[in-house]
Design a binder for this molecule. Structure first.
Ligand code: TXA
Ligand code: MG
Length: 314
């Protein structure tokens, strides 16, 4: 397989996962890892997720892989859950940006699985976007983010079904902490782990990768609750583009991008819609806040709101 051959030769490749596209390198090749940071413009202290085929490979990069990890993996792998544990001494410092822990995920997308099988080792990969920009959910998004990297190989797997990044849970301390909400809800983790902390890391901004502004489009973006939307749109002088749940709430000269009403479909559409909004060339993007979760929505609206807040702070 061409992508696996390239990884073995020390190159970086982009590949589809079920969450977002990743930009991958051989976890054990420091020069290849450096290429990821250089191409993305990623801050040197922001660590990478090691993608693995399964728990055998996870044990290779972890110093501690306990029974809790096995139970999480049995329930949620392959899938959109990333587990943070102490890092094995065999893993180069640069693969975790110097942090003593490592984030590990077994992706479910068949394209990612085929790549991991063919390569035969862990693949460190952040999302395949310029640092701080909107994450990519199609191969075209990846190409658009790196127009100067014409030789970047992208393993196309279509549109990402989940559409927002994996849930990240940190098991390196007690209690377990959700560092990034995703489509695996904290309540499902708590069924296995007992107590799970869900700190508001956007407000705190402490620890690896918690800089609040992230996933951001180029235009000024703001998050507005449904009740305040008509008033806010009326007071704007410049025509804005509005990610809304109901077209009826947006009148000319503003332009509506109507989002799906189910949280699964909304998440799958979100990053493409933010890119579409940016491409309208208007100076302002207004995003209607999403509903509160109920027992049917499994925390997904909250995970979406996390991304909307990160796209609109600062
Ligand atoms: O769904 C995903 O997780 C996608 C696909 C490609 O797998 N990957 C992804 O990677 O979103 P990235 O680099 O964009 O986000 C990884 C997040 C960052 O917030 C990073 O700081 C955090 O995981 N992270 C990585 N290693 C960590 C560690 N050792 N301790 C705490 N957080 C860590
Ligand atoms: Mg990212």
């Amino acid at each position: 397989m061409e992508a696996a051959r390239r990884l073995s030769a020390g190159a970086i490749v982009a590949f589809a996962t079920e969450t977002v596209y990743g930009l991958g390198a051989d976890t054990f090749n420091v020069a290849a890892i450096e290429q990821i940071y250089a191409l993305k413009g990623r801050p040197a202290r922001n660590p990478l997720i090691a993608h693995v085929a399964g728990t055998a490979e996870a044990r290779r990069v972890a110093a501690v892989w306990d029974e809790r990890c096995d139970r999480l993996a049995a329930r949620f792998w392959p899938g959109p859950l990333t587990i943070v544990v102490p890092r094995s001494a065999d893993v180069p410092d640069r693969a975790t940006a110097g942090w003593p822990t490592i984030a590990i995920r077994a992706p479910a997308h068949p394209v990612a699985q085929r790549l991991l099988q063919a390569f035969g080792g862990p693949i460190s990969a952040p999302s395949a976007n310029r640092s701080g920009h909107v994450s990519p959910t199609t191969a075209r998004h990846v190409a658009e983010d790196f127009p100067d990297a014409a030789d970047l190989y992208v393993l196309d797997g279509g549109s990402c079904a989940v559409g927002i990044e994996s849930t990240v849970v940190d098991l390196s301390g007690a209690p377990a902490r959700v560092l990034r909400p995703g489509s695996v809800p904290a309540s499902a983790l708590a069924e296995i782990l007992g107590e799970v902390a869900t700190p508001d890391l956007i407000a705190q901004a402490a620890g690896p990768g918690t800089a609040p502004r992230h996933y951001a489009p180029g235009a000024a973006a703001e998050l507005v609750c449904t009740a305040a939307l008509p008033g806010r749109l009326a007071e704007l002088r410049e025509p804005a583009v509005v990610l809304c749940l109901d077209r009826g709430s947006v009148a000319a000269p503003h332009r509506a991008i109507v989002m799906p009403s189910s949280p699964r479909a909304y998440a799958a559409r979100l990053y493409d819609a933010l890119r579409e909004a940016d491409a309208c060339g208007r100076s302002r993007i207004v995003i209607e806040d999403v509903p509160q979760d109920n027992s049917q929505t499994e925390g997904l609206w909250s995970a979406i709101r996390d991304r909307l807040r990160r796209a609109t702070v600062g």
